[in-house]
Design a protein around this ligand. Sequence first.
Ligand SMILES: [Mg+2]
Length: 401
Amino acid sequence: MALRCAGLLLSKELSSSIQQQMRSLGTSSRLFASDFLKNSPNTALDKSLLNRYRNLKTPDGRCQATYLWVDGTGENVRLKDRVLDKIPAGVQDLPKWQYDGSSTYQSQGENSDTVLVPRAIYKDPFKPGKNDIIVMCDTYLADGTPTPSNKRHDLQTAIAKVEHEEPWFGIEQEYTLLDVDGRPFGWPANGFPAAQGPYYCGVGADRVYARDLVEAHTLACLYAGIDFGGTNAEVMPAQWEFQVGPSLGMKASDDLWVSRYILQRIAEEFGVVVTFDPKPVDGPWNGAGAHTNFSTKDMRADGGMKAIEAAIEKLSKHQERHIRAYDPKEGKDNERRLVGRLETSSIDKFSWGVANRGVSVRIPQGVANAGKGYLEDRRPSSNCDPYAVCNALVRTCLLNE
Ligand SMILES: [Mg+2]
């Protein structure tokens, strides 16, 4: 009986809170200011002017390459363009290149030549030529050692040792759109939108903002050759998600960096800012993560649950190592997000469960039913370096380090 009363009470409370949310949703639309993008220089430019030049024919045999790399922050990309005199058949045909590492937090001024080594090629959705490419690079100091922010090198070494286990990764990248004033895009200038609830996977002009940008991103990533999985509107208004993978070995991480770049380029054209900060708004607003799905040949085989449980057992012993690898500030960023509420686990304690979104590692219900498949590590922060995340997973679960 007591239980039934509690249930009734709860459903009454729930319906009144939903009514309240609906009421405030109506109010928030009146609060909307009309000065969105008013101060965004990129929205003021006439985007059609570039088309005049895009129609000019590039000489045969020449193409443009955008060299892309992770800078010293470990969370931002930099790029520069060069013209190639030969259409490359693969990364082996691409020259190494230098840049000023002292301007990207990657070296000291007196010895600042830093080397870009091409690692993966993508078609360029922004340049007009059919041979124009984006080149994902990693970075080396003048003496040939990887820069401290080059986490790709270490992952490549680890993956080379476990190729026979066919590790794959699928990464769910959450992010938030901002106006140039730093306010989440579409949020009222004074105050807040209605409480979370109606926005996740939502539809309607008062629930989702900038869907055109999100859909342009999908098309551009598919063109580029990224293993793009899909998109959805997230729990907090102006927050979205896209997925890459599942892909074998290095590809999910390379794809994630390139798809982040493509997203920021498209947002630049729209005059909107992308932030990968894991907790862009304090208070009762969901943070942003990069849930990483991980699987091996053994996990995908019949009876693979044994391999999944063995991996979880190893992960449970290395919480600190993984938290350090899961955001660019070695856990400081995730401190703001992994609070044990709002669909997150506690940063200090490893936990796991089936279908539970409040744990460190989740076994999806479908995987539990099938008895094989993959695990989802929910701890990586949205601004994580996927090379560091995948590296930690491989080293703990497969190399037993
Ligand atoms: Mg999500």
